[in-house]
Structure formats: structure tokens, C-alpha cells
Ligand binder design. Structure first.
Ligand code: GLU
Length: 430
């Protein structure tokens, strides 16, 4: 249904710090123009199908009850049950969750897996809460959303601030409410209770395969390529480790304690060992020097920049100073829409978030399939299938960008929206 007639319009630059929903919508609008998307489908896809706001009372360790605000946004389910992580963070905001939910719809469509998009979040600071408090919060959130979640309805997963531990509590609580063990209600579970081999490293692995695919298009050799990775959590640390293993030189990494630089390359095995031995932080790591300002990582002298932390770190204020030739977005929404024209003018190739970080949800899909099959796949089977899906998606987006002469970011939206819109055409029913 795509027509090649429409002209690509750059999203209008904005002066204020954008909210992620606006950034998402301006790219969506550009892609909808290129596709010649009809008004009805545009209106349907613009709005989330469902937004649930819950207030969750939790007894804290001091005996006092605190009420937390939580969200679950279901953006769209035309391709299948909705899928997406749950974020625990002080800065969770409904507009952010709405954008993240829509990104999940596009992400699942880009990699061609049979899911819609959703996202959840709770305004909280898990770093300042005990394990018991986080457990009570997770269980209460699950009960509050028991009619939303379901193995064939809406399937949560980890995101910032959550991991296998929280997914285990969610699975247990949901199973109790439905009266049977229901592993397929959530992905990213611990291995012993139906988690998939390869899920932990899946997002970072997808970042690695996307980086190598992009380097090949740029005729750059991995062994002559330097990288800066922002964020050393699950996505950033695995991306850094797997790129390091492929022979790329990781010159800079950062975490909450600061940004670290080594012109000769950081030994990522040592950095990981240090992080694991020091409360999950790089603070005091001697294999690199602390950069005076952590935001310098984004503009340091490297070939590849991997933002793998939070939204809106590449903006109109720093985009012009970026030296990398390639940006591979491990995080969701790390680039504001206002930075897009600057990056495009500089000729930087961007592998956008909805493609670059989709390895995580791809292996989540494999976990769900294994749970439904009651069967376990080998690690080789998981990685071989995930790599193939990522490579196919990369090629499809790259070819679309060449065909319409548009940046890969807009091409990824074109691929995703086209798939969703075509499904609406066949299913009908407005
Ligand atoms: N939170 C991850 C993401 O943003 C994973 C989602 C999932 O596996 O469902 O892609």
C-alpha cells in the first residue's frame, strides 16, 4: 500500500526540551506522509487503545502506607497481544509511557513478530526501596492490572529499573489470581521458571548485530572502529561486551557515576568484573579516566556512538558536535526529533531505536513461544533465529531508506506503519 509519491518532510525543530510523545509523533507523521496513510488509520494509530492509571497502596518497611501511581498503556493490538516492559523510575510520566507503548507497536512490526505494543511504569525509586517494598509494589501492581495482563492479551517484560526478579513476582501473583501457573504472561523471567536462554543479552546482542550490519554498509572494518557507549546497564554493558568481543575498540563507557575514557580502548571484561564487584557501578574503575563532564561522551572522538541509557540525550544543543559517523540507538528515544535534521545534514547514519534495540522483544517473543510450547530451545537456536530476524529487519529498513531516499529512522516507521496499516485493511472493522 506504500506509495512513493509523497515527499519526506523533516520534523519541525522545537525549542523546548521535547517530550518523547511529541518526538515519536513527528516521526510518525513523516512516515505517514510518505506512505500516504489514510486519515482513518492515521487517527486510529495516533491514539493509544487503552490507558490505565492505578494508585497502589504499599505498606513500607517503616509501617507507613505509601500510595504509588502506576500506568499501563496499550497502544495497539491489531497485530497480536500487546507486548512491552514495565519501568520503575522516579521520572516516569504518562506521556513517556504512551510514547514507549507506541514504540513497542512499531518495534514489533519492524521485526515482524505477532505482537502489538504496550508499556507500563510506576513512579518510584527502586534504588531507595528494600527488596520487600519492591516485591509488595510489584505484586499490588499485578493485582491492579490482572484484567489487563494475560498470555494472549498483554504480556509485560523488564525495562529500566526492573529485571527477572520483578518478572518472577509478577508471574507468581498473576498465576495466583487466575488459579494456574501462567508462565507466558510475562517474559524476561529467571531461567529456572521459564525464562529463555539468551534473553538477558538479547537487546545488547541486537545492538551489536545492527552495528556490524551498518558498518558493512559504510565500508568500515570492525577492527578499525572505535565506539562510545552511554549507559552500562543491561543494554549498554552487553552491547559494549559483544562489540568488544568482535574486536571494536570501546573508548568510552558511562553509567550513573560518570563517563570513562581510554583512547587505547577499555577492556570491557575488566569493566564488567569491576562493576559486578562494586554494587553495579564503575565508580573508581582504574582501566579508564573519568571524563570531566559525562555529557562529553556523546561528542567524543569515536566512529560509533551507542546511546543506551535514557530518552532525549541527543538534542539540537549537542547534535552538531557529534563526531561519530554512525549512531546505534540502544535506548528507546535517545534522540529528540529536533536533532534529526542536524544529524541528517551531517550525514551520520542512524540505526534507530525501534530497529536497533528490538533484539530484546524478539527474544521475549521466543520466550513466550517456548512457554506456550512447554519446551526449551538451546542458546544456539535462540541466537541464530534472533540474529536472522535482526539482519532481515535491518536490510528491509535499509532498503526502504534507499528506495524513498529517507533516513533509516523514518524508513523504520514506514516499514512498521505499512505493516500495521495493511493489517487494518485486511481486518477492516472501523
Ligand atoms: N523493555 C524492552 C523494550 O523496550 C523489552 C520489551 C519486551 O521484551 O517486551 O524493548
Amino acid at each position: 500500500m506504500a506509495t512513493a509519491t509523497a515527499v519526506y518532510k523533516e520534523p519541525a525543530p522545537k525549542l523546548d526540551r521535547e517530550n518523547p510523545l511529541e518526538s515519536m509523533m513527528s516521526r510518525f507523521d513523516s512516515a505517514a506522509d510518505i506512505l500516504g496513510l489514510d486519515d482513518e488509520t492515521y487517527e486510529v494509530l495516533k491514539a493509544a487503545d487503552k490507558q490505565v492509571i492505578v494508585h497502589i497502596p504499599v505498606t513500607m518497611d517503616n509501617g507507613k502506607v505509601r500510595v504509588f501511581e502506576g500506568y499501563r498503556v496499550i497502544h495497539n493490538t491489531i497485530l497480536g497481544p500487546s507486548k512491552g516492559g514495565i519501568r520503575y523510575d522516579q521520572h516516569v510520566h504518562l506521556d513517556e509511557v504512551k510514547a514507549l507503548a507506541a514504540w513497542m507497536t512499531w518495534k514489533c512490526a519492524v521485526v515482524d513478530i505477532p505482537y502489538g505494543g504496550a508499556k507500563g511504569g510506576i513512579i518510584c525509586n527502586p534504588l531507595e526501596m528494600s527488596a520487600g517494598e519492591v516485591e509488595r509494589l510489584t505484586r499490588a501492581y499485578t493485582v491492579a492490572l490482572k484484567d489487563v495482563f494475560g498470555p494472549d492479551r498483554d504480556i509485560p517484560a523488564p525495562d529500566m529499573g526492573t529485571g527477572p526478579r520483578e518478572m518472577a513476582w509478577l508471574m507468581d501473583e498473576f498465576s495466583k489470581t487466575v488459579g494456574m501457573t501462567s508462565p507466558a504472561v510475562v517474559t524476561g523471567k529467571p531461567l529456572v521458571m521459564g525464562g529463555s536462554l539468551g534473553r538477558t543479552e538479547a537487546t545488547g546482542r541486537g545492538v551489536m548485530t545492527s552495528t556490524l550490519a551498518a558498518l558493512a554498509k559504510l565500508n568500515m572494518q570492525p577492527e578499525n572502529t572505535s565506539v562510545a557507549v552511554q549507559g552500562f546497564g543491561n543494554v549498554g554493558s552487553w552491547a559494549a561486551k559483544l562489540l568488544f568481543d568482535k574486536g571494536l575498540k570501546i573508548k568510552a563507557v558511562s553509567d550513573i557515576s560518570g563517563a570513562y575514557w581510554n583512547a587505547d580502548g577499555i577492556n570491557i571484561d575488566e569493566a564488567l568484573a569491576y562493576k559486578n564487584a562494586h554494587n553495579g557501578r564503575l565508580e573508581g574503575f582504574s582501566g579508564a579516566t573519568l571524563m570531566p563532564d559525562p555529557s562529553e561522551l556523546l561528542i567524543c572522538d569515536v566512529d560509533v556512538l551507542v546511546p543506551a541509557a535514557v530518552e532525549d540525550v541527543i538534542t539540537e544543543h549537542n547534535a552538531a558536535d557529534i563526531k561519530a559517523k554512525l549512531i546505534v540507538e540502544g535506548a528507546n528515544g535517545p534522540t529528540s526529533a529536533s536533532a534529526d535534521p542536524i544529524i541528517n545534514d551531517k550525514g551520520i547514519l542512524v540505526v534507530p531505536d525501534i530497529l536497533a534495540n528490538s533484539g530484546g522483544v524478539t527474544v521475549s517473543y521466543f520466550e513466550w513461544v517456548q512457554n506456550k510450547q512447554g519446551f526449551k530451545w538451546s542458546l544456539d537456536m535462540v541466537t541464530e533465529r534472533a540474529d536472522r530476524i535482526m539482519t532481515d529487519a535491518f536490510n528491509k529498513v535499509y532498503d526502504t531508506s534507499q528506495k524513498y531516499k529517507i533516513p533509516m529512522r523514518i524508513a523504520a516507521y514506514v516499514v512498521a506503519i505499512d505493516k500495521v496499516a495493511q493489517t487494518y485493511k485486511y481486518r477492516g472493522g472501523f
